[in-house]
Design a protein around this ligand. Structure first.
Ligand code: GLU
Length: 429
């Protein structure tokens, strides 16, 4: 069986030749630090008892407490959570946050639970994790199919267990429970800022660019709305049920409204409260990925572009809204074919960056305005995009390899400050 984690760490060897790194530092990065596996008993509304399996994996904490979301999905497995934790270590290093990487998940289809079951399960998971995480050790956040409300329940549960109000234990909380302005749209906004950076570097005119998004959850909805506002033409999007394609363009705010009301993506256009259905072609998720568009944003799950469909991908630019949507082999194929991929560990780092702002605000007890959050986020994404782009041009490598080089350099300098073989064998002073 193929391992997502084994696939993810292949990027280390690819990047190592351009990075300032020793074998022992790479070896540390090939392993996760700790894994917690729990069984969470859930009393269902009908009185029966069911046990759900959950994980929390910490990958590396050299640069600070570990950080990363919690997902609720039927396909969660420990190998996937390890890969996601590894990507978090790199994401935090690439954008320079003082964090290591972690991730968590429960094997569950949250849509099959009532609201009260969801709350009991979330509180139950926190009960099992409470001694494994903490505001200065490991800080969770939302991910696939988890949201601010769930973070609020978890923070409340942790605070009760520790008998101390502890907002900094988890980020992505609702505003009244210590959340940050600008956290809700932060991941999508980060995707948007990174596309804007590329557009500026290439001197493209947004009005001439078409965009397709796979997935229509938190990340895609916000990225699409911001891109449309700047004049990019959003021609296709999809959710887990399927997608819509309209070469003349789709109106994102109208579609978000319909999605919230009906839970489905529909090609509609609204003026005020009057909405009408517009002509659009129904397409599958697979067809969406292969559309002839300028920019493709996979913003759902990992491994949607593999060696099988990579040769058929026509977009010349891909911005990874999801974590790990392109398999390692597919990535090599795309690079050879000249596709520019803005990698997940840079493109979708906006979420964890604003999580960091939230944590800082919780610790300070002083809260910022949305404009300040946006401004600081844009500064970080633009700065790190620039670094990565420069490394890519210098080594003529893929942007993903360049991002790994950037991350590895930050991580290895932290390892070295602690002492590596070179120090102990008196090869360094
Ligand atoms: N789940 C998000 C990610 O994959 C956010 C993590 C966080 O805010 O800690 O980056």
């Amino acid at each position: 069986m193929s391992s997502i984690f084994a696939d993810a760490i292949k990027n280390l060897d690819l990047a190592a030749k351009y990075a300032d790194v020793d074998e022992e530092e790479l070896e540390r990065l090939r392993h996760t630090k700790a894994t917690l596996e729990v069984g969470i008993p859930l009393r269902r509304d009908n009185g029966s008892l069911e046990i759900f399996k959950g994980y929390r994996v910490q990958h590396d904490s050299t640069r600070g407490p570990t950080k990363g979301g919690i997902r609720y999905h039927p396909q969660v497995c420990v190998d996937e959570v390890k890969a996601l934790a590894f990507w978090m270590t790199f994401k935090c290093a690439v954008v320079g946050l003082p964090y290591g990487g972690a991730k968590g998940g429960i094997i569950v289809d949250p849509k099959s639970l009532s609201r009260m079951e969801l709350e009991r399960l979330s509180r139950g998971f926190m009960g099992q994790m409470a001694d494994f995480i903490g505001p200065d050790t490991d800080i969770p956040a939302p991910d696939v199919y988890t949201n601010a409300r769930i973070m609020g329940w978890m923070m409340d549960e942790y605070s009760k267990i520790k008998r101390q109000y502890t907002p900094a234990v988890i980020t992505g909380k609702p505003l009244p429970l210590g959340g940050s302005a600008g956290r809700e749209d932060a991941t999508g906004r980060g995707v948007y800022y990174s596309i804007k950076e590329l557009t500026a570097k290439k001197a493209w005119d947004p009005k001439t660019l078409t965009v397709a998004l796979q997935g229509f959850g938190n990340v895609a909805q916000h990225a699409a709305a911001l891109l449309q506002r700047d004049g990019y033409r959003i021609v296709a999007l999809s959710d887990s049920q399927g997608g819509i394609y309209r070469p003349e363009g789709l109106d994102i705010p109208s579609i978000v409204k319909a999605k919230n009301e009906t839970r489905r993506v529909k090609a509609i256009y609204c003026e005020g409260s009057v909405c009408e259905v517009v002509d659009a072609k129904t397409i599958s998720n697979e067809e969406l990925l292969e559309l002839d568009v300028d920019i493709l944003i996979p913003a759902a799950l990992e491994n949607v572009i593999t060696a099988d469909n990579a040769p058929r991908i026509r977009a010349k630019t891909i911005a990874e809204g999801a974590n790990g949507p392109i398999s390692f082999d597919a990535d090599q194929i795309l690079h050879e074919r000249g596709t520019l991929v803005i990698p997940d560990i840079l493109a979708n780092a906006g979420g964890v960056t604003v999580s960091y702002f939230e944590w800082v605000q919780n610790k300070a007890g002083y809260y910022w305005q949305a404009e300040e959050v946006h401004q600081r986020l844009q500064t970080i994404i633009a700065r790190e995009f620039d670094h990565v782009y420069e490394i890519m041009q210098h080594h003529q490598c893929s942007m993903r390899t360049a991002a790994y080089v950037h991350g590895i350099n930050r991580l290895s300098s932290a390892y070295r400050a602690q002492g590596t073989h070179r120090y102990y064998a008196s090869l360094d002073e």
